[in-house]
Design a protein around this ligand. Structure first.
Ligand code: PMP
Length: 285
């Protein structure tokens, strides 16, 4: 079966999908992206992702490359063509192709690429939990924009991998956890769910937002505030969230085990609530 990609108005063979060498995404990382999970033939939090795409684009002063309705049609077509019942759909928009010059080009159309990847959420990570390492947050001051410029995230994730960890948690200059390289960070202390407030210091994860709704629906105690690495190491539970991972227990930070080093009941319950909320979503017709 041929795997298709959508590249600037055309469906092409994934392996033949190309962008121009002067695409500003390639030259300057001048673009933004979204990643949407397809889970059991459901698009997870589609509206949240498209809202955030619009917001990221507005922050970098780019219009939507086409109407939301058209983007949704392409998403569905690609998912159907690629028979993606489980996996990830990537949407990437850059400022288009123009001779290299930092300032915005005039009369240039944004470039739009959509791709899919077959993948399943790791049940081992969900059941056994993962290790994270702490690293200094060397990113820019607008982490709320889902920019394609991911060099600090890549370097930190590589450091995690080299230390047999699943993720790296960024620490700000005060030693407070901002977030992971591709996930949001949470702890449980004194039966309270604690996560950093949405601000320009973190990406306001769509999974984070859905989980906050679930927490409120189940009347769990929530504190939206910063927490330090030390507080996280002493927490009764810790976990991370992202579209591609849902909820994953964090059982070790650096060399310190969280509680007894196994996933806690609070995190397990949150994952179960999250999963059932996702299964309530309509299937892609
Ligand atoms: N923070 C960062 C830096 C990320 O890259 C991601 C993944 N997109 C997240 C948080 C989690 O966001 P979401 O739940 O929307 O996937």
């Amino acid at each position: 079966m041929t795997r298709l990609a959508y590249v600037n108005g055309r469906y092409v063979n994934h392996s033949a999908g190309m962008v121009h060498i002067e695409d500003r995404g390639y030259q300057f990382a001048d673009g933004v992206y979204e990643v949407v999970m397809v889970y059991q033939n459901r698009l997870v939090d589609e509206k949240g992702h498209l809202d955030r795409l619009e917001s990221s684009l507005a922050h970098i002063k780019l219009p939507m490359p086409m109407s939301r309705r058209s983007i949704q049609l392409v998403m569905r077509h690609l998912i159907a063509q690629n028979r993606l019942d489980h996996g990830l759909l990537y949407i990437q928009v850059t400022r288009g192709v123009a001779p290299r010059d930092h300032k915005f080009p005039t009369n240039v159309k944004p470039a739009l690429v959509m791709t899919t990847k077959k993948t399943r959420i790791s049940s081992v990570n969900q059941e056994k939990g993962v290790k994270v390492v702490s690293v200094p947050d060397i990113r820019w001051k607008r982490c709320d924009i889902k920019s394609i410029s991911l060099l600090p995230n890549i370097l930190a994730k590589q450091q995690a991998a080299e230390n047999s960890a699943f993720e790296a948690w960024f620490l700000d200059e005060q030693g407070m956890v901002t977030e992971g390289t591709s996930s949001n960070s949470w702890i449980i202390s004194n039966n309270k769910v604690i996560t950093r407030k949405a601000s320009s210091a973190i990406l306001n994860g769509i999974t984070r937002q859905t989980l906050l709704e679930i927490i409120s629906k189940h009347k769990l105690h929530l504190e939206e505030r910063s927490f330090s690495l030390q507080e996280a190491m002493k927490a009764s539970e810790a976990f991370l969230t992202s579209s591609s991972a849902f909820v994953i227990p964090v059982c070790q930070i650096d060399n310190i085990k969280i509680s007894d080093g196994t996933p806690g009941i609070f995190t397990k319950n949150l994952l179960n609530y999250y999963r059932s909320a996702i299964l309530d979503l309509p299937q892609i017709s």
